[in-house]
Design a protein around this ligand. Structure first.
Ligand code: FES
Length: 236
C-alpha cells in the first residue's frame, strides 16, 4: 500500500504519496515551480536547476532541485523565497548566455524578472536539458545520442561525433527539444538529422513520404508487423 506523507509547501499542509518529488507534490496543489529540463514522461534529471526550492532541514535551510528531491514526512518547503528567486535568476542568466534569443528562454526570463544576462554570450544554442537524450533512450529505446565533454565543453552528440549507428531518424529528439536546436530536414525522400541522411519510405499511391525506413524497421522489430504492413497503414 502506498504510504502517504505530510509535507508543508509554502505554508500549506499537503498529503503526498511516498517517492513523490517536491515538484510533483507542489504541482498537485497548483503551486507552480518553473522548469526547463523536467518532462513528466521522462526520468527526472535535475539539469537546469530552475526548479530550485528551499527546504527547512533542521536548523538549516538548503536549496534543492525540486524535480529530483523526494518528499519525506514533516518536510517543510518554500518555493518562492528571495534566496530561491536569486538562484533561479542566476541560473536563467547562465542559460541566456548559452542561448540569448529563444522565445521559450526569453519568456522564462521575463517570468523570473531577468532582463538580460551579466555573463558574456557564448552562443551554444543547446541548454543541456537532456530531454533529447532521455527521450531517445527511454521512449524510443535506442540511445543514439548522449552527452560528451565536461563543463563548458559539454555537448549532446552522436557516438564519436559520427553518423549514429543506432539512430532511427524518428526525430523525437528534435520534437522534444525546448529550444529547437536539433536540425531535422525532410527533402526529396531523405530525412537529414545528426548530419546523417536517412532514406524515407514512400507511398506508391499518393507519392507522399511516410517515415524513415529505419524507423519502420525499428517498429517492425518491436511489434512483429512487417515494414510493408506498417507503410501500407499510413499510405492513405
Ligand atoms: S526542472 Fe529540475 S533541474 Fe531542471
Amino acid at each position: 500500500m502506498t504510504e502517504m506523507i505530510t509535507v508543508t509547501i509554502d505554508g500549506r499542509k499537503i498529503q503526498a504519496a511516498e517517492h513523490t518529488t517536491i515538484l510533483e507534490a507542489a504541482r498537485g496543489v497548483n503551486i507552480d515551480i518553473p522548469t526547463l529540463c523536467y518532462n513528466e514522461a521522462l526520468t527526472p534529471y535535475g539539469a537546469c536547476r530552475l526548479c530550485m526550492v528551499e527546504i527547512i532541514d533542521g536548523k538549516r535551510n538548503r536549496l534543492v532541485a525540486s524535480c529530483i528531491y523526494e518528499v519525506s514526512e514533516g518536510l517543510v518547503v518554500e518555493t518562492d523565497t528571495p534566496r530561491v528567486q536569486n538562484v533561479r535568476r542566476l541560473v536563467m542568466e547562465l542559460l541566456l548566455a548559452r542561448n540569448p534569443k529563444h522565445p521559450v528562454l526569453l519568456a522564462m526570463a521575463s517570468r523570473l524578472g531577468v532582463a538580460s544576462s551579466r555573463f558574456p554570450t557564448e552562443m551554444k544554442g543547446c541548454i543541456l536539458c537532456g530531454q533529447c537524450v532521455r527521450t531517445c533512450r527511454e521512449v524510443v529505446g535506442v540511445s543514439a545520442i548522449g552527452f560528451a565533454g565536461r563543463g563548458t565543453h559539454r555537448t549532446v552528440t552522436t557516438p564519436f561525433g559520427e553518423a549514429p549507428p543506432d539512430c532511427i531518424a524518428c526525430g523525437s529528439c528534435a520534437y522534444v527539444c525546448p529550444v529547437d536546436v536539433i536540425r531535422m530536414e525532410d527533402k526529396n525522400g531523405i530525412r537529414r538529422i545528426w548530419n546523417t541522411d536517412f532514406e524515407m519510405i514512400r507511398c506508391e499511391d499518393t507519392g507522399r513520404y511516410i517515415a524513415p525506413k529505419k524507423q519502420l524497421e525499428h517498429i517492425s522489430g518491436m511489434t512483429g508487423l512487417s515494414v510493408e504492413h506498417l507503410a501500407a497503414r499510413h499510405c492513405k
